[in-house]
Design a protein around this ligand. Sequence first.
Ligand SMILES: [Zn+2]
Ligand SMILES: [Zn+2]
Length: 552
Amino acid sequence: MPETVQITFLGGLGDIGRNCAAIECRGEVLVLDCGVLFPGEDMPGADFVLPDLEYLSDRADRIVGCICTHGHEDHIGALAHALERLSFPIYASRFTLGLISARLEERGVGHRTTLIPIGDHDRIRIGSFDCEFIPVTHSVPSGLMSAIRTPQGVILHSSDFKLDLNPVDGRRTDLARIGAIARHEGVRLLLCDSTNSELPGSSRSESDVGEVLRGVFAAHAARRLVVAAFSSHIHRVQQVADAAVESGRKVATLGLSMKRNVALARGLGLLRLPDHAVIDVAEADSLPPSRVCVVSTGSQGETRSALALAATGDSRWLDIGAEDTVVLSSSPIPGNEARVARMINNLVCRGAKVVHGGQLEVHTTGHGKQDELRTLHTVADPEFFVPVHGEARHLAAHAELAVRMGMPSDRVVLARDGDQVELGDRGLLSRGRVASGDYYYVNGRLVESGRELFGERSILGQQGVVTVVVALSRDGRRLLARPRFESKGWIGPEKARELEQAGVDEVAAAVEEHLASGAQEGLVKLVRRTAGQFVNHSTGRRPMIVPIVIES
Ligand SMILES: [Zn+2]
Ligand SMILES: [Zn+2]
């Protein structure tokens, strides 16, 4: 009887981010992606969220390797953290490895792994997993779909993909190869990207964006053009560069990751940009505006990004003014809308013209919509299906799409982070939750889990804090001095001077009454309650109250 295969989802099923899965068979663990999730407003202060690395740590000596399907942060961003605790080889395309190695060197964990390049159509063994890599089109170069042959048949992992018949680099998602595998061996299980499963139709070709960009360049011919895009989106950068070179402009890069990724892509022959067309951003001011195109990071309005700094006049390199047209060649990721809107307002206030996706189609998605998903389902014709890479709503919509196409509903398994499915002779069974699925968030140098901290931070962030210090005599029977209020973020300084004395009086009276009654227990609670009531009655606000009772 062939061995069973377990697949445990350690992230990415419930959020768009922190994609990571463990595929286990014959005592070996193959990891599929290891990315981060960018925290929402409900996790104030967190830098990012990791997948469940605990599950992998418990199986540390059985990990045979990690496949990274492409170079987006939600697929590679947690590798450095994983490698601080674990050691395993990483398999990815050369471009993806270039992005990975920069991150690993930054964190000094490069020596804990071996980076193994894989090419389109390569078929290699990772442990005893027989893996084939199929090219897919996505919003970053060199994305790879994985066909993993196991004793229970082929597991096909789509990676993030779209079906673009006219991709900028001519590298299409290889449906023919997927069809051949389906025909000759059959696809036992499909794990497929669900990001755009709610959206009807097909995504527009990346090449269409190039046409729109050319139009923008023509319409703003006399002005300097600053185009912001994701720094890993080399196909977009290519189209900006082409439009710039065609219109006689020099291209300057702005932002560390843009510089680094452009250099990486040029080195690998993935970006065509002649040397004579490249200038340093410091030289840009010496040329007339009509001769310059700046390609920048910061399309999401990230606070410290090159473009956001330029928008507030704080950039060392770029002085935005009335001669500039700024093109935001991306759409805001949910959660970033307000920041992007603020940046647009700042740019407009500095006299710039702004072109964004809300007005012109200067962006297209990297994820296939419903028609593209249907095509993949048709070509792969899987026996079982688990939607991956999406929020709950995307996973559910993708499952519904498969069932509507005629897949029996008992062959579609909806799983969430922490769940395991098992592929065996009897089919695909849900084993329920075997890993925690918890959020492990990174903040500074520590990794923690649990929500308590964010509850406290939201109160502090929205209402501030009032500290009440009560000093008692050594025997704890009388007040040594008048209590003190210290507050941050509760009320402005003028009002604080007015109100704090009244608060001090109320707390002092309550403490004295309490001590006179002979009671000694419960003083901390009394101070918290008295101060809390005072603060709430006098201001209608609910800051955090921190009582400190000292006996000296
Ligand atoms: Zn991606
Ligand atoms: Zn992704």
